[in-house]
Design a protein around this ligand. Structure first.
Ligand SMILES: N[C@@H](CCC(=O)N[C@@H](CS)C(=O)NCC(=O)O)C(=O)O
Length: 210
């Protein structure tokens, strides 16, 4: 089995940890971060980890690699046997992937830690819950507010709109993404009328693509 990797990659580490746990021998090739030719030719995409199994099956995307290893080499198992405990673990990993990991990764890549960020649970339904913070604090804030996966994380200046209009967390689907908050009286777009009324889109007809 062969693993294409880069150093200090959490996605690579979780695969190497799984390989180690399952005592599967592996040859590791460190990829030059500036030259992804080999990875692209093998897998059709540029990110690592990429696993080439002994039967030449090529697998990429670390959660998919873990599932592959579990399916092909079930002993010792990574997931609990009980279906409910398995589902709990899936939810935890989803939370980790969508919330805990992206913010520090973006900050490490140079994004301003004060960039507005929001987590939205059950978006567009009457159960919708929103936590607004910054890139540096969003994971902690969502945790404090008790939000659970699956959720959507929105990062960027669009998040600040919700504070600017002084309404709380009404979220309206837009032709090009999500609109958080209310709307100014002069905004004549259809989504603005709905946001001004403070209606929850889950309880009203959804806006359609225009
Ligand atoms: N969803 C993928 C993401 C893979 C990913 O983002 N890989 C990073 C390393 S952690 C990468 O190859 N980044 C390109 C680079 O660093 O140049 C996974 O979980 O494997």
């Amino acid at each position: 089995m062969h693993l294409f990797a880069i150093p200090r990659s959490l996605n690579v580490e979780r695969v190497t940890l799984a390989l180690g746990y399952k005592k599967l021998p592996v040859e590791i090739s460190l990829v030059d971060p500036k030259d992804r030719t080999q990875v692209r030719e093998l897998s059709g995409q540029e990110l690592v980890p990429v696993l080439v199994d002994d039967d030449k099956t090529i697998v990429f995307d670390s959660p998919v690699v873990l599932e592959h290893l579990e399916r092909c080499y079930p002993d010792p198992p990574l997931w609990p046997a009980d279906p409910a405990r398995r589902a709990e673990m899936d939810v935890f990993v989803d939370w980790f992937n969508r919330l805990w990991k992206p913010a520090p990764n973006l900050i490490a890549a140079g994004r301003d830690p004060n960039t507005p960020a929001a987590c939205i649970q059950s978006a567009t339904t009457p159960e919708q819950r929103v936590t607004i913070a910054t890139l540096a604090t969003i994971a902690e804030a969502a945790d404090r507010d008790g939000l659970v996966a699956p959720l959507v994380t929105v990062i960027g200046e669009v998040v600040a709109l919700s504070g600017a209009v002084g309404q709380q967390g009404v979220l309206v689907e837009l032709p090009l993404g999500l609109y958080t908050g209310g709307a100014s009286p002069s905004d004549r777009k259809p989504h603005a009328a709905i946001a001004r009324q403070g209606r929850r889109p889950g309880a009203t007809p959804r806006l359609s693509r225009t």
